[in-house]
Ligand binder design. Structure first.
Ligand SMILES: [Zn+2]
Length: 432
C-alpha cells in the first residue's frame, strides 16, 4: 500500500493510492473519497442499486460505532475509523485509558486492548489508531488540547505494539491520528510526533466543528500537512514485537533524536503516505483541504444532503459536450428550507413546491439512474408522501454527483485548470 504522486500543483497532490486489498490489486485515485457506510452498507442503497453508480471508490469506510455483527465486505478494501462523522456523540466520556463509541447497543468503552481485539475481528486493510478527539468544541483549553495529543500518541504506541503481535492484522496498516484542536503549536507537535512512528498514513481529526472557521481550518491543515513528510518511515511488517519494544524503550531512555534515528533504522522505507481528513465534506471545504495537502476524504456529505431531501446541483464540469454528463444549476437560485441552517448552497431543496410540476431531471445531463429515469416532480412527490424510494433516488444522484466532483477536481489539477474549476464550483458560495 503506497501513495504514488504524479503531480503537485499549488499544494494539491494528484496521484494514486495503490497496492490496496488482500490481493494488492486495488487502487484509489487522489484527491478522492472513501465510500461512506453505516452498518457496513451505503445508506438507502442495495448492492444492485449502488453498482449503477460509475467509478465507485475502491475503499469502503466502516466506523466502530456503526458496526454490525454480520459484516459482509469480503471483497472490499476497508478503512476502519473510530466514529461515524455524521452521528452526534456526547462529550465527557474519555479517560486516560479509554475512549467511548456509541453503537446500536449503547455506549462501548474501549481500552486499546479491546480496540485492537475488534480490529482483529474486522481485519481491515487500514484503520485509524485509537485517539482522543474531544477537542473540537470552541473554548477547549490549551491544557485539554495538550492532554488529547499526549493521550493520542500514547494510544498509538500501544496500538502499534499490539498490532505487531496480532496475526490477523499482519497485512493491515495503522494510520496515526493528528489531534490538537485549533492550537497550532499542538497540531504541529502531534503531526511531528506521529510522523516519527511507523504508521502507514495519517488521519487529521477534529476539523468537524462549525465552530472552526474555514480559514482557521485551512491554515491549520496546511501547517500540519507541511509537517507530514511525503516520504517517511513506514509500517514495518517484517519487525517482530521485540524490535518494536526496543524502539519504545529507546524513545523512553535516550534523547529523542537518538531514539528516533535508532528506531528509524529498523523501518522499511520510504513510501508515500496518504493523508485523510475526517469530518470535512462540503465541496468548498474539500477544495481548500486539497490545496492544503489532503489526499482523502470521507463521503458522508451526499448522505447528509439526501437526509434533508435535497439534491446536489452545483456545477463542476468544464466545457461540457451536449451529450455528456453535464451537471448544471440550470440558472436557478437556491431556496433554503425554512429554519434549516444545515442546507448549503451546493444543493436544491426538492421539498420545495416549485418542483411540483417540474418534469426535468434533477440535474440536466446527469448520467445517474435517478436523472435518467425520473423527474424533480416525481422525487418531490416521493418526499411529500414520505416514500422510502426518495432516499434511494436522492442517494444515487448525490453520490454520483459527488464522485463526479472529485473526478473533475483531479482533471483540473492534471490539466492546470484548478482556478477555473474553483471559480465554477465556488461561485454559489458567496451568498452562503
Ligand atoms: Zn443525477
Amino acid at each position: 500500500m503506497k501513495l504514488e504522486l504524479s503531480r503537485v500543483v499549488q499544494g494539491c497532490r494528484l496521484g494514486k493510492w495503490t497496492g490496496l486489498g488482500k490481493s494488492a490489486q486495488h487502487s484509489l485515485e487522489v484527491p478522492g473519497c472513501l465510500l461512506y457506510t453505516r452498518c457496513a452498507t451505503v445508506p438507502h442503497l442495495t448492492q444492485d442499486t449502488l453498482h449503477t453508480i460509475r467509478d465507485l471508490p475502491a475503499v469502503t469506510q466502516v466506523s466502530l460505532d456503526s458496526l454490525t455483527t454480520n459484516l459482509c465486505l469480503n471483497d472490499t478494501v476497508i478503512f476502519c475509523s473510530l466514529h461515524d462523522s455524521v452521528k452526534p456523540r456526547p462529550a465527557g466520556y474519555i479517560t486516560n485509558k479509554t475512549v467511548s463509541v456509541w453503537g446500536s447497543g449503547g455506549r462501548m468503552e474501549l481500552t486499546t486492548a479491546r480496540f485492537m481485539e475488534i480490529q482483529a475481528g474486522i481485519q481491515p486493510d487500514c484503520y485509524q489508531s485509537m485517539a482522543d478527539g474531544e477537542t473540537w468544541q470552541a473554548n477547549t483549553s490549551r491544557k485539554r488540547v495538550r492532554k488529547a495529543v499526549d493521550r493520542t500518541l500514547a494510544h498509538l504506541d500501544e496500538c502499534l505494539l499490539l498490532h505487531q503481535k496480532t496475526q490477523e492484522l499482519k497485512h493491515a496498516e495503522i494510520f496515526g491520528v493528528v489531534e490538537g484542536g485549533d492550537v497550532l503549536e499542538e497540531r504541529l507537535r502531534s503531526a511531528r510526533e506521529t510522523a516519527k512512528r511507523p504508521v502507514g498514513g495519517f488521519v487529521l481529526d477534529g476539523f468537524h466543528s462549525a465552530a472552526m472557521g474555514p480559514d482557521v481550518r485551512a491554515q491549520l491543515i496546511q501547517a500540519t500537512s507541511a509537517e507530514l513528510p511525503q516520504e517517511k518511515p513506514r509500517s514495518k511488517l517484517h519487525l517482530n514485537p521485540s524490535q518494536v519494544e526496543i524502539e519504545q524503550e529507546a524513545r523512553k531512555s535516550a534523547s529523542e533524536t537518538e531514539a528516533v534515528s535508532k528506531a528509524v533504522g529498523f523501518w522499511k522505507r520510504p513510501q508515500g503516505s496518504a493523508v485523510i481528513v475526517l469530518g470535512v465534506g462540503r465541496p468548498d471545504e474539500v477544495i481548500s483541504c486539497v490545496e492544503a495537502g489532503v489526499d482523502l476524504f470521507e463521503s458522508f456529505f451526499p448522505f447528509q444532503v439526501t437526509e434533508r431531501g435535497c439534491a446536489l446541483s452545483f456545477p463542476y464540469a468544464a466545457d461540457p459536450a451536449p451529450e455528456t454528463s453535464v451537471p448544471e444549476l440550470n440558472g436557478e437560485s437556491v431556496t433554503k428550507l425554512d429554519g434549516d441552517e444545515t442546507m448549503t448552497l451546493f444543493e436544491m431543496n426538492l421539498k420545495d413546491k416549485r418542483y411540483k410540476d417540474d418534469f426535468r431531471p434533477l440535474v440536466q445531463g446527469c448520467a445517474c439512474f435517478c436523472c435518467q429515469k425520473h423527474t424533480r416532480a416525481y422525487v418531490h412527490h416521493l418526499l411529500e408522501t414520505n416514500e422510502l424510494l426518495s432516499g434511494v433516488l436522492l442517494m444515487l444522484h448525490n453520490t454520483s454527483h459527488y464522485l463526479g466532483f472529485f473526478r473533475a477536481l483531479r482533471e483540473a489539477i492534471a490539466c492546470d485548470h484548478l482556478q477555473d474549476f474553483k471559480n465554477r464550483v465556488l461561485r454559489h458560495r458567496k451568498a452562503d
